[in-house]
Every structure is written in C-alpha cells, then in structure tokens.
Design a protein around this ligand. Structure first.
Ligand SMILES: N[C@@H](CCC(=O)N[C@@H](CS)C(=O)NCC(=O)O)C(=O)O
Length: 202
C-alpha cells in the first residue's frame, strides 16, 4: 500500500494521525496540491475528485475519502479501536465525526478558499460567503466546547477518529485565524490533551 499525501493539508493529516495511533507505517508519497499536481489525467484515474488523501492498494486499486481509508485500516488493524466499541459508542463516534466534518471542518475549508491570502487565485472567491462561513466555524467551536463538557474525548471516554478529525480541523482553523476562545475552557483542555499525544506530530 501507499498513501498519497500533502503535509500541509488537513484531510491527509487525518489519515497520518490515524496510522500513527494504530502504529502502522506505510510508504507515503507527497503530491503538491498547491501546484495542482493532483489535477492531472493520471491523478484523476486514482481519484475522480482529484483530492487527497488517496490510498493505493497492492492490487493497484485506489481508495479515497479520509474516513473510508481509516475504516480500511480499522478492519485490517482492529486495535486500538478508533471507531468506538459497541453499538452506542460506535454511533456516538459516527455522530461526532460527521458533525465536526459537516458543521465545522467544511466552513473552515470555505474560509480558507474564500478569504485566505494563500488560496488567492485558485478559484472564484466570494468574500461575503467567506465571512458567513467564519461565523459558522466560530459557532461550531462554541458548540464543541458545550458538548465536550467534562468529557475526556469528543465522543466520550475513549479517544477516536472524532478526536483526530477535530484536532486536524482546529490546527487548520488556526491558519485562517479561527482559534479556541479564552472562555472555551473545555475545548482548550481537550486540545491540550489530544495535541500532547505523539500521533499529533504525524
Ligand atoms: N472529504 C475528503 C476531503 C478531501 C479534500 O478536500 N482534500 C483536500 C486537501 S485537505 C485536497 O486535496 N484539495 C486539493 C484539491 O481539491 O485540488 C476527505 O476527507 O478525504
């Protein structure tokens, strides 16, 4: 197997952190998406959407979507369980992972695309849309802070892919100046806990 990755991008990082938590080491090839190295006919054959991460399997087939890739490794290396254990916990992990992806990660991505100087010239931008998405991301941070409460991890007592998604989102959000607010102490404690794990360096 081989992972197509771009170190600076948050989605492939989700897979790198997941692999680090599992103790799995695989070959990694960098693809510079800022230079559109992913927008080639050859690359579209690996993933029609052209986005990273992509996992190349030994039979020559390709998997994309970070969660699908993580699910593959959850099946091949079940321990430690990162998608929850048992019906309720697995559903909680799914709930939080989707919630963070759809209601926070996506707006942060839109802020990057529509407002960041780094993404200027890549695609049509609408400043007003970016500002609305910035508010949506901020509301998402407040929601997360309320939800975490005194829990150790996003989906409850066990570290999961929902923590990985949130970690990668929070770090990426910082690049567009969306930060954990001083009053969001639950979120701040969670961030300190999760970013001190060795996997966060992946
Ligand atoms: N839902 C996808 C999102 C993938 C995605 O948006 N990847 C970005 C990097 S974070 C990318 O490759 N962007 C470059 C492009 O689309 O040209 C996943 O989780 O894998």
């Amino acid at each position: 197997v081989k992972l197509y990755d771009f170190t600076l991008a948050p989605s492939p990082r989700r897979v790198r952190v997941f692999l680090a938590e599992k103790g799995i080491a695989i070959p990694i090839e960098q693809v510079d998406i800022m230079r559109n190295a992913n927008r080639t006919p050859e690359f579209y054959r690996k993933n029609p959407s052209g986005s990273l991460p992509i996992l190349e399997l030994d039979d020559g087939s390709h998997l994309s979507e970070s969660v699908a890739i993580c699910r593959y490794f959850e099946e091949t290396h079940p321990l430690p369980a990162l998608f929850g254990v048992g019906a309720k916990e697995q559903a909680m992990v799914e709930m939080w992972n989707r919630r963070v992806e759809l209601s926070i990660f996506a707006p942060v991505g839109h802020v990057w695309s529509h407002l960041s100087p780094v993404s200027e010239g890549r695609a049509k931008r609408i400043r007003e849309f970016g500002l609305i998405q910035r508010d949506a991301a901020a509301a998402g941070f407040a929601m997360l802070d309320r939800a975490i409460g005194g829990n150790q991890f996003i989906a409850g007592a066990r570290f999961s892919i929902a923590d990985i998604t949130t970690l990668c989102m929070v770090d990426f959000a910082r690049t567009v100046d969306i930060k954990i607010q001083p009053e969001q102490q639950n979120l701040a404690r969670w961030y300190a806990r999760v970013s001190s794990r060795p996997s966060s360096k992946a």
